[in-house]
Design a protein around this ligand. Structure first.
Ligand code: GLA
Length: 384
């Protein structure tokens, strides 16, 4: 915190009046279930994005990214559309989403400092949206519920950026709890419970370094597949609204009603919902090995059913089966590149990361970045 305040002071010659802070997130289980009104196990990480702010008169906003030194300026009357390849879109989008709710954000000088890796499946964009939103809330006296803030961030992705993502990223960034996984229900949009990760284990992130650009990816196609299957099942039973209401038994019984590729996609989502509940049961019983096996099963299903893995991610997960100290691994987040998560004995994490990097290099000729993640609290804001 003091760091961003100092950087802000040095750059603008004045102190910030508030700093919003929002973490990145890890999807632990429940891949592509959120927009199907399903369930997820997720966590907020220790890596955060901070957004420092001072309101200024007029309509011009200035934004400095202290990580790479880049600076953007925009006029509040000229932000209806995003500008190509501009990180400030995630901030402008928040202002546009708030306007739709009848809320005006005034002009400001802003500064950003982030330790959330970019384009890596840890939701750096959600962390930016939420940290900006919380900073705006403090200085422009905006009162929205935490769920509504998550929806503002989701609105930025859906409406401003054109990615039809669910609520998982912003929701986890807001509701995260230190040292716990959160079990969320995306029909009621609530946290059902916090589930502690047993002492002595941690999540290691291994980045495939395959840069995914979800906006251009097959993400929206996957969503359409899920919606087609839900619509077909609705024709059979009108009580069915989304894949959340469909069991694997029902889908199998009515397999002939849907395209085979859509069937596989839906099987993945339904299987993930089932694995989320199984995972909670196993964790509560202290069966960490069983929990790890569910991570491997999730990855198999991503690879074979949902087709959102890639060679690099498959290699990282395959290596996890043979390097000592790891209990389970899977791709995490949208997929098509990005990160894998590895459930690792904390005492062996350093050694595990070293061996994983070496083996990955040997097999693919490529580098992987690993991060030993702590699980942190959700977003907050401080008035200075
Ligand atoms: C991305 C999206 C989320 C979620 C995951 C997959 O992170 O932003 O809403 O759909 O992919 O589970």
């Amino acid at each position: 915190m003091s760091n961003i305040a100092e950087l802000f002071q040095a750059h603008y010659g004045k102190a910030p009046v508030a700093v919003g802070s929002a973490p990145g997130r890890l999807e632990i289980l429940g891949n592509h279930t959120d927009y199907n009104e399903g369930f997820t196990l997720s966590a907020a990480v220790g890596q955060v994005t901070e957004f420092a702010i001072v309101p200024v008169p007029g309509r011009k906003c200035r934004l400095k990214d202290f990580r790479d030194g880049s600076q953007v300026e925009f006029d509040l009357d000229n932000i209806d559309k995003p500008t190509p390849k501009d990180w400030s879109n995630y901030v402008k989008g928040v202002i546009v989403e708030l306007r739709k709710r009848g809320i005006e954000v005034g002009a400001f000088d802003g500064g950003i400092l982030s330790t959330v890796p970019l384009s890596a499946g840890m939701s750096s964009s959600a962390a930016l949206e939420v940290s900006a939103g919380f900073a705006f809330a403090a200085v422009f006296d905006i009162k929205l519920s935490p769920v509504e803030w998550a929806k503002v961030g989701q609105g930025v992705e859906n409406n401003y950026m054109g990615l039809k993502s669910g609520l998982l990223d912003q929701f986890s960034s807001i509701y995260g709890k230190a040292d716990a996984l959160i079990l969320s229900d995306f029909r009621t949009n609530e946290v059902l419970k916090n589930v502690a990760l047993p002492h002595g284990y941690m999540i290691v992130v291994a980045n495939s370094m395959v840069k995914h650009n979800l906006v251009d990816s097959e993400y929206n196609d996957r969503r359409h597949s899920c919606e087609r299957v839900a619509a077909a099942m609705h024709n059979i039973d009108p009580k069915i609204k989304t894949l959340r209401d469909v069991s694997s038994q029902m889908l199998n019984d009515n397999k002939h009603c849907v395209d085979h590729s859509d069937y596989l996609k839906a099987m993945h989502v339904i299987g993930e919902d089932e694995r989320v509940f199984k995972a909670v049961e196993l964790l509560e019983k202290g069966d960490i090995k069983g929990f790890g096996q569910l991570l491997f099963a999730s990855h198999e299903s991503s690879k074979n059913n949902f087709a959102n893995s890639c060679q690099e991610l498959d290699c990282l997960v395959e290596l996890a089966t043979s390097i000592p100290g790891c209990l389970g691994a899977r791709l995490s987040g949208g997929g098509f590149g990005g990160i894998s998560i590895h459930l690792v004995e904390a005492a062996r994490a350093d050694e595990y990361c070293r061996r994983l990097k070496e083996a990955y290099k040997l097999q693919t000729g490529k580098e992987t970045e690993t991060i030993e993640c702590s699980i942190g609290d959700g977003a907050s804001v401080v008035k200075l």
